[in-house]
Ligand binder design. Structure first.
Ligand SMILES: *Cc1c(COP(=O)(O)O)cnc(C)c1O
Length: 391
C-alpha cells in the first residue's frame, strides 16, 4: 500500500468545490484533545461565526459531525414525532430526500410536487397548510439538482401564518446567496461545508430558533436517532454548565471550517455574494455565446449552480469525460429526470473566480467541438470577459 496522491482537479460540479490552500493548511495543524480549553475556545468561535454567517442571533448554531444530509436528518428527526403532519415541497432530488426522511420519522407526509427546474410555489404550499394544520413545512432554498432558487422569506412567512415550524435546506445557498435566518424568521436552517463554504465535506452547520428548541423540549418521546439528538448534542456544544462527553468532535475538520469562516469574513459577506453573482453573469454570457441554454428561467437561477441543457445529438457523459481527461475539470451530471439532459456547473466558493469561468468555457467548447458541435470558444470567452469588465 502506498500513500494516496489525488490527481490535480478543478472542481466545478455540484460540490465539493475547490478548497483553498489556507483551509488545507488549517486542516493539517496538530490535533489536540476535544476537551482541551483551547479547543473549547475554538468551538465557541465557530458557533459565533456560524450565527453571524446565517444571521441567526439567539439561535443555537453548531456544526454537526457529518455531511449536509446530517443537518436534514437532525431537523426532521428532532422536530417530528410519529403521527405529526409535515408539508414538504419537492422540486428536485433534495426535497424528495426530506420527504423520505419525514416518512421514516413516522410523520404523515404531504408533498407539494413540482416539475424539476421550477422554484417552490408559495401559494400551493400555503394551500396545503390551509387544508389542515401541520407541525412543519420543509423546503430547499437552493435546489442543487436543478439550479432553481426558491423564495425562503415568503415560504417561512407562510409557515408562520399557519403555526408551522419552517425547515430550510441551505446546503448550497449558504455563502453563495444571502441566508437570513432572523430576517426570514426561519426555525431550522442547515447547510454543508463543501458547497459555497469551500471547506471539505464532512460537517453540517445547523441553526435552531428558540421556537424550534421549545418544540424539541416539549416532545413526549425521544428522537429515535442518538448521534443527532439535539438535546444530547447541546450537552456537548451548549457550553453552559460545562461540557459533557457526547461524541468526539472531528477536531481537524473543525479547524478547516473555522478557517473557511475567517476567509469569508475577511473578504466580506456581501463581497462574497457579489462575487458569486458576477461570476455567474460572466459564465452565463459565455455559455449563451457558445450556443448553450439554461434549464431554469432567468429570475430563478442560482448563481452557484448552473444547469445547462445538453444539445441534441451530444453525448452528455463523453463531454464530462473529455473535460476531466483533457482539462482536469470536474462538472456534474443531471440527476433523476434530468439524467442525460443537463450538466450541472458549480461556481461555489473558491471555484467562483474569473479563471474558473474561463477554464470552464474553454474546456466545454473543446469537448463540444470534439463531437462536431460548433461552439465558438473565442466568442464565449469574449462575452464572459465583457461581463467581467463591468464594475
Ligand atoms: C449537497 C446537498 C445536500 C446533501 O449534502 P451532503 O453533504 O451530500 O450530505 C442536501 N441538500 C442540498 C440542497 C444539497 O445541495
Amino acid at each position: 500500500m502506498n500513500s494516496f496522491q489525488p490527481p490535480r482537479r478543478f472542481l466545478m460540479g455540484p460540490g465539493p468545490s475547490d478548497v483553498s490552500p489556507r483551509v488545507l493548511a488549517a486542516l493539517a495543524r496538530p490535533t489536540i484533545g476535544h476537551l482541551d480549553p483551547a479547543f473549547q475556545a475554538l468551538m465557541e468561535e465557530i458557533k459565533a461565526g456560524l450565527s453571524r454567517l446565517m444571521n441567526a442571533p439567539g439561535y443555537a448554531c453548531v456544526p454537526l459531525p457529518a455531511p449536509g444530509t446530517a443537518g436534514m436528518e437532525a431537523a426532521i428527526m428532532n422536530l417530528l414525532q410519529p403521527g405529526e403532519r409535515a408539508v414538504i415541497a419537492v422540486n428536485g432530488a433534495f426535497g424528495g430526500r426530506m420527504a423520505d426522511m419525514a416518512g421514516r420519522a413516522g410523520a404523515l407526509v404531504v408533498t407539494v410536487d413540482h416539475e424539476w427546474g421550477l422554484p417552490v410555489d408559495v401559494a400551493r404550499v400555503e394551500a396545503a397548510l390551509a387544508e389542515r394544520p401541520a407541525k412543519l413545512v420543509a423546503f430547499v432554498h437552493a435546489e442543487t439538482s436543478t439550479g432553481a432558487r426558491s423564495d425562503a422569506a415568503s415560504l417561512c412567512a407562510a409557515a408562520r401564518r399557519h403555526g408551522a415550524l419552517s425547515v430550510v435546506d441551505c446546503v448550497t445557498s449558504l455563502g453563495g446567496i444571502p441566508v437570513d435566518a432572523a430576517g426570514w424568521d426561519a426555525d431550522v436552517i442547515y447547510s454543508g461545508t463543501q458547497k459555497c463554504l469551500s471547506v471539505p465535506p464532512g460537517l453540517s452547520p445547523i441553526a435552531l430558533s428558540p421556537r424550534a428548541q421549545a418544540a424539541i423540549a416539549a416532545r413526549t418521546e425521544k428522537p429515535r436517532n442518538w448521534l443527532l439528538d439535539f438535546q444530547l448534542l447541546m450537552s456537548y456544544w451548549g457550553g453552559e454548565g460545562g461540557r459533557t462527553y457526547h461524541h468526539t468532535a472531528p477536531i481537524n475538520a473543525l479547524y478547516g471550517l473555522h478557517e473557511g469562516l475567517v476567509a469569508i469574513f475577511e473578504e466580506g459577506q456581501q463581497a462574497v455574494i457579489v462575487r458569486h453573482a458576477r461570476m455567474h453573469a460572466a459564465l452565463a454570457a459565455g455559455l449563451e455565446a457558445a450556443g448553450l441554454t439554461f434549464l431554469v428561467a432567468e429570475p430563478h437561477r442560482l448563481p452557484q449552480l448552473n444547469a445547462v441543457r445538453v444539445p441534441d445529438g451530444i453525448d452528455e457523459a463523453a463531454v464530462r469525460t473529455h473535460v476531466l481527461d483533457a482539462w482536469d475539470l470536474e462538472i456534474g451530471a443531471g440527476l433523476g429526470p434530468l439524467k442525460g439532459r443537463v450538466w450541472r456547473i458549480g461556481l461555489m466558493g473558491a471555484s467562483a473566480t474569473p479563471w474558473h469561468v474561463r477554464l470552464c468555457l474553454t474546456a466545454l467548447c473543446d469537448a463540444l467541438a470534439a463531437q462536431g458541435f460548433a461552439a465558438d470558444a473565442p466568442a464565449a470567452l469574449a462575452a464572459a470577459d465583457t461581463k467581467l469588465a463591468e464594475p
